[in-house]
Design a protein around this ligand. Structure first.
Ligand code: ZN
Length: 349
């Protein structure tokens, strides 16, 4: 049983740069919780947004960052069943849910407005230990490496966007706008789901990430040299456009490009956030009878399937996992991910 203190990476205020390592007490667990010894924790774009004070969601300061993690169960509350000390697990992100939420009964607790997640609502996993309700946990097989397991969460975001909320059939022409970690994982999922031609679109600052897109199987990458994307799409296939556009860019403006390159009766799935108002007409959505679909987070069946895909190597995140660092070197890791030098970094507390 862990006692005493631990080190955690704390986001303590909204002001940019308000993140530091602090000595904290080891969390006390309730009857339905486990105390997890964190083995690896992925850095998410949302951690970077909170670090830079550029997030658009409420944060319960001070809070330990980190919601993409794997670990080993250190101890368990009295009412936990199905898990034992020493079990290797990954955790979902809905740390707190209203008990009588109708969305829990629907299996859609990821969409419950009253949910609180690790890393902003409650203390997350960029620390030696994290307290986790046992309902969040999934066992992982020995074939799944700790660092790869930490990427289960973003893989689940991509799986839910591409394989659950989108219509993708073998041979579908798919475009992904925005080659950040989520966009690249969406590209990998689209490829796995049978995409015929996979196009990944970025900007000149995405040059490194677009190289990774090619490594994971994109047939065409555009944007590193300011290419004209709509012109390319007009010359592709029969010229009507892409069956499916995944908008993972994280700015509102990319939806305009999506509307331009999507095929009539096609689909745009928006997984990237963008607090800016649109500033353009949605008439192409009407005229083309396009389905505009949002996608957020993930739920239990998605986790089980993604764990199976990662454990068997059917989805390979190696091209994206460019850095594994000790927690003490968090700042370097955050900065190089923000600069686009690496796609994804993992910290080891
Ligand atoms: Zn995330």
């Amino acid at each position: 049983m862990a006692k005493g203190g631990m080190i955690g990476l704390v986001n303590y205020a909204k002001e940019p740069g308000s993140v530091e390592l602090r000595e904290l007490p080891v969390p006390e667990i309730g009857e339905g919780d486990v105390l997890l010894k964190v083995q690896a924790v992925g850095i998410c774009g949302s951690d970077l947004h909170q670090y830079h004070g550029k997030h658009s969601w409420g944060v319960n300061y001070p809070v330990v960052l980190g919601h993409e993690f794997s670990g080993v169960i250190e101890s368990l509350g009295g009412r936990v069943s199905g898990f034992r000390e020493g079990d290797r697990v990954v955790s979902e992100t809905a740390a707190v849910l209203p008990r009588d939420s109708a969305l829990i009964r629907q299996g859609l607790y990821n969409l419950e407005p009253g949910r609180l997640g690790f890393g902003y609502g409650v203390d997350g996993a960029m620390a030696s230990y994290v307290k986790v309700p046992s309902r969040c946990l999934h066992h992982i097989p020995t074939t799944l490496a700790t660092e790869v397991a930490a990427l289960t969460e973003p893989c689940c975001v991509a799986y839910n966007a591409v394989c659950v909320n989108s219509r993708v059939q073998p041979g579908s022409a798919v475009a992904v706008i925005g080659p950040g970690p989520i966009g690249l994982l969406c590209a990998a999922m689209a490829k796995f789901a049978g995409a015929g031609h996979l196009l990944v679109v970025g900007t000149p600052s995405d040059a490194k990430r677009l190289e990774v897109a090619s490594q994971i199987g994109a047939d065409t990458v555009l944007g590193a040299h300011g290419e004209d994307v709509p012109a390319w799409v007009k010359n592709f296939g029969d010229g009507y456009g892409m069956d499916l556009v995944i908008d993972a860019a994280g700015v509102s403006a990319s939806l305009q490009l999506g509307l331009e390159i999507v095929r009539p009766a096609g689909q745009i799935t928006k997984v990237g956030w963008g607090p800016q108002p649109l500033g353009f007409s949605l008439d192409p959505l009407v005229q083309k009878a396009v389905t505009l679909q949002g996608s957020f987070s993930h739920n239990w069946p998605v986790w089980e399937r993604v764990i199976a895909l990662l454990a068997t190597g059917k989805i390979d995140v190696a091209p994206m996992l460019n850095l594994v660092s000790p927690l003490a070197d968090w700042k370097q890791a955050f900065d190089s991910m923000h600069a686009g030098e690496i796609v994804k970094g993992v910290l080891k507390p």
